[in-house]
Design a protein around this ligand. Structure first.
Ligand code: SF4
Ligand code: SF4
Length: 95
């Protein structure tokens, strides 16, 4: 039986292969709510895009186009930061 390595024995920068995040579909980590975009309200300020910790706001030609639900974890930061008033262009809704 091989002996487990402790953290000091792990090779530096070699615990995960680079550029593998896209393959992990973290969208199924959501806990029952997902962001929903309302394009008729959106002013394409891109605050949601820069705020999303999972790069799950999709963009084309400099404008928001929606969400990558395969990777969005449903944290709600985009909906909180969306600046439109009185109604938000992003709301968190039940799956
Ligand atoms: S933060 Fe709101 S208004 Fe700005 S691009 Fe995102 S959805 Fe549109
Ligand atoms: S809910 Fe969180 S992870 Fe999903 S798009 Fe908004 S900020 Fe990104």
């Amino acid at each position: 039986m091989s002996k487990l390595m402790n953290w000091k024995e792990l090779p530096p920068c070699d615990t995960l292969a680079a550029k593998t995040a896209e393959a992990f579909e973290t969208g199924d980590w959501r806990m029952g709510e997902k962001p929903v975009w309302h394009p008729e309200i959106c002013i394409h300020c891109m605050i949601c895009w820069i705020s999303c910790p999972d790069s799950s706001v999709t963009v084309k030609d400099g404008k928001m186009t929606g969400f990558d639900y395969k990777h969005c974890k449903g944290c709600g930061i985009c909906a909180k930061e969306c600046p439109t008033k009185p109604n938000k262009a992003i709301t968190m809704e039940k799956e």
